[in-house]
Design a protein around this ligand. Sequence first.
Ligand SMILES: *Cc1c(COP(=O)(O)O)cnc(C)c1O
Length: 442
Amino acid sequence: MNYYSTNGQAPIATLEKAVVKGLAEDKGLYMPERIKTLPQDFFDNIENLSFQEIAYRVADAFFGEDVPADDLKKIVYDTLAFDCPCVKVTDSIYSLELFHGPTLAFKDVGARFMARLLQYFLKKELKESGTPDVKKSQVNVLVATSGDTGSAVANGFLGVEGIHVYVLYPKGKVSPIQECQFTTLGQNITAVEVDGVFDDCQALVKNAFIDADLNVHMKLTSANSINVARFLPQAFYYFYAYAQMKKRGLAEQLVVCVPSGNFGNICSALFGKKMGLPIKRFIAANNANDIFFKYLQTGKYEPMPSVQTIANAMDVGDPSNFARVYALYGKSHEAICSDISGATYSDEQIADTIKEVKAETGYVCDPHGACGYRALKEGLKDGEVGVFLETAHPAKFKSTVDSILNDDIEIPVKLQAFMKGTKQSVPMSKNFVDFKQFLMGE
Ligand SMILES: *Cc1c(COP(=O)(O)O)cnc(C)c1O
């Protein structure tokens, strides 16, 4: 399968190039040239298949032309070493819990898949070139994080041979729970604590990618969310959610609501729909960063500086995957509106919702999932059943959720284990010369 750029000015790329490069030369996002529909008998029988079996069928449609079946199956099965259950919250609203992976957020799925696919391509390259020098062929992933991305990428790549990850994060600006998820791992993960803000971390990474000496010295790549290998695998759990709801006899008029920031998650769901997944319609739930919501109302896409909210993983003022949604629907506002509606909530509304769901049902939402729940509660029509994505475990936002619920919510054992580890990081100034010197010595 070949990939084209949403900006239309870059050469067509193979899957390998799209995965290794991430972004196209014209700064556009890669899109598969074709989207294969899955056969009716797959959907007829889907409720009898396991998550891994379902995911493999979807992965085969995306990547089957480029990765041999045995390798692809192993990548999918290793990626999905945890469940994504649909849990009943009310009679008509279910929560698709995407927080059962290593870092308790949905980004685990894409990060784990990408790590394994990249490793597959590296091994293949090594075999073809005949170079026995593993050190020289090592790929170094640089990732700047303000919290969640660093933990998902670090854990996704942990122990993956042939790849070293450098996580750059701003000193004192990441919550302790987030910080320990990438500073306590060791092995092939190095945390770099930058004396600056997130933008300084991002600038160091960008400078490293364009520095000629460094690129001769070592192979560098990025693992950010625009990578097709991080974004397409997210489609897996929408098919699985459908299967679980079908098993309950509740999939006839299914509405799926996705708390959205950069729109990678919902975009993978829209790919699923194009592949034949019978979801009736989608809702994109925003916090106060309502650029997409406004686009739906007006047909105009007007990026804005982001504002800070309590659902901070959705504080995005210029969602990068909008370009993909736009391309997928042939740039038609009308077509987009026929499949997707929007919602937007203030911090106060999010907090009220967390309280209300807890009081009425006993279920504890994180601030992102709360946007999803509320949009379904307000938007479901007669006969429809809704599934919202619980994109992270509420304990990842413990201080926010505790103060809203006036509670002390339990931290899952998995998260506690990170917190017990020894923190190790390399202190770094925000000057590129220092970061370069450090990498040249590696
Ligand atoms: C990244 C993230 C989101 C937003 O997902 P997009 O794919 O960027 O739309 C929502 N919730 C949580 C917890 C996240 O980490």
